[in-house]
Design a protein around this ligand. Sequence first.
Ligand code: URA
Length: 210
Amino acid sequence: MDDNVTVVDHPLIAHKLTLMRRKTASTQKFRSLLREVAHLLTYEITRDLELTTETIETPLEQMQAPVLAGKKLCFVSILRAGNGLLEGMVDLLPSARVGHIGMYRDPKTLEAVEYYCKMPDDLAGRRVIVVDPMLATGNSAIASISHLKTLGATHMKFLCLLAAPEGVSALRAAHPDVPIFTAAIDERLDDHGYICPGLGDAGDRMYGTK
Ligand code: URA
């Protein structure tokens, strides 16, 4: 893998991901684990955020204390499964702007079809993190990022929970300027575009639908 693909390698993430993969995990358990893993992934993907200092008063004395600076953040959730990761991200960065892009996979062609898009209007000035738990064929991520570029986004990262090698290659080829962060890269895609061994349909598992 190249330098622009980061597998966030941490025992807590690996353990929680295993709990999520188990087919016996309840909807409630799956959702709460996803939120926890989102916290841990957000910690890593925001590692390069710029800091400045501010003068503050502690109970003892004045100090120059670090605070976040630089470009403001925008999280973009690819609906609907992206919202599961998004919740954990917003826990850590509650003032980030949030955009939503609706994509579904045509079950025959596996192509991404956009049905909804609502973004803040100043994407060009923001660091954008596009989120979808499953990077499978890569079609939804590629189409979403292409659309965001037409809206002015220039500084983007992509965050997922699980990736297939095919999706990573496709996204790297289409958008080499967009670094990918994931908790794991699985073996392969099956004929229906599911990641194997994977965890099934992330949206169905987090919302209890079928
Ligand atoms: N989307 C999912 O939810 N799961 C997969 O395995 C692939 C795409």
